[in-house]
Write a protein that binds this ligand. Structure first.
Ligand SMILES: NC(=O)c1ccc[n+]([C@@H]2O[C@H](COP(=O)([O-])OP(=O)(O)OC[C@H]3O[C@@H](n4cnc5c(N)ncnc54)[C@H](OP(=O)(O)O)[C@@H]3O)[C@@H](O)[C@H]2O)c1
Length: 308
């Protein structure tokens, strides 16, 4: 296989930046990376991380996944419009009680997390079909499989992503195009900082006292503990994405954090859907000591298994 041109979205920080740099630094130079971001003024961090790959195996271009013209302009600027691999990574988060979130904010989130992917695929799929080759890699989440308290709309957007990809995968296979969903658990990036910052400044007067208490006193501290205990680095996710891209038979789904597999397995173990809901309820509201102790054990396991 020759050099593949990879388009990565959302490369100003976090996972997108790490994936772009990891692919550009491929030991066998198998990739030419077009690292994109919506605001080129934020290119500094990527330029520093890219080092001497800049202008060799990595170039930076503007692309806003919420704007069809911006996507088309970026794709048109490439020789023969050729994109062999799409890494659809750009995404935004949202946590909190439903009552304090406006429908407009929810639509904005879907516009990025779901319709951003749809716009990219609509632009690139016809060319990939014509060439009878291509690989579409989508940064989903474990929350694309299992919903989580106070992440209702974010999880819904990732479920939408998963349903879209699962449906498309069969047609794509007919045209020799691979589709892969990367499903990280918590990853320490700007994403986490942004959602917690928003949570700190959130006006909770629109919800009842009990819900506000559960969010502030139970959810937020637990969630922080989960991030600090189990959070991966963007580089770990990038390394696994690189492995997936060089694999002979890339998987359709890949969870980056093995410690999360039992959580998603519960869903498949009980077709009534009660098992994960009961387990989360007990974990959060009835057995906080057990929850804290199991986080400690998982942290230990994570260290032993080299955090994967
Ligand atoms: N961090 C986690 O715990 C975690 C876990 C599972 C999955 N994920 C997923 O991983 C992906 C990357 O997140 P991250 O953790 O790396 O967060 P991040 O550091 O906040 O990066 C998100 C990237 O998306 C970009 N973006 C947002 N809206 C965009 C738009 N309209 N057009 C183009 N780019 C846009 C951001 O650009 P700006 O700088 O311009 O805002 C930024 O470059 C997301 O899809 C997220 O859902 C994250």
């Amino acid at each position: 296989m020759g050099t593949r041109r990879v388009l990565v979205t959302g490369c100003s920080s976090g996972i997108g930046l790490a994936v772009a740099v990891r692919l550009a630094k491929d030991e066998m130079k198998r990739f030419k990376v077009v690292a994109t971001m919506r605001d080129l003024e934020k290119r500094g961090a990527l330029e520093r991380a890219a080092g001497d790959t800049l202008s060799r195996t990595l170039e930076i271009r503007p692309l806003d996944v919420c704007c069809e013209d911006s996507i088309r302009e970026c794709v048109n600027s490439m020789p023969e419009r050729r994109v062999d691999v799409l890494v659809s990574n750009a995404g935004v988060g949202m946590i909190g009680p439903l009552e304090v979130q406006s429908v407009r904010e929810m639509q904005d989130l879907f516009n990025t997390n779901f319709f951003g992917l749809v716009r990219l695929v609509k632009e690139l799929l016809p060319d990939m079909k014509r060439r009878q080759s291509g690989h579409i890699v989508v940064m989903s989440s474990v929350m694309g499989i299992q919903g989580l308290l106070f992440n209702d709309v974010y999880a819904a957007s990732k479920f939408a992503v998963e349903g879209f990809c699962e449906s498309l995968a069969v047609q794509a296979m007919k045209f020799n195009i691979n589709l892969s969903l990367v499903e990280p658990g918590p990853v320490i990036t700007e994403f986490e900082r942004k959602v917690y910052e928003e949570a700190q400044n959130m006006d909770l007067s629109g919800t009842d006292e009990e819900t506000a208490r559960i969010f502030c006193e139970i959810y937020l501290p637990y969630s922080r503990k989960v991030f600090s205990s189990l959070g991966q680095t963007p580089e770990e996710v990038a390394e696994q994405t690189h492995q997936l891209l060089v694999a002979k038979n890339p998987p359709f789904r890949h969870q980056t954090n093995r410690l999360y597999t039992p959580m998603t397995a519960m869903k498949h173990a009980d077709p009534t859907g009660r098992l994960p809901i009961d387990a989360f309820y007990k974990m959060v509201f009835q057995h906080d000591r057990v929850f804290n102790a199991s986080l400690g054990i998982m942290r230990l396991l994570q260290r032993r298994t080299g955090k994967s």
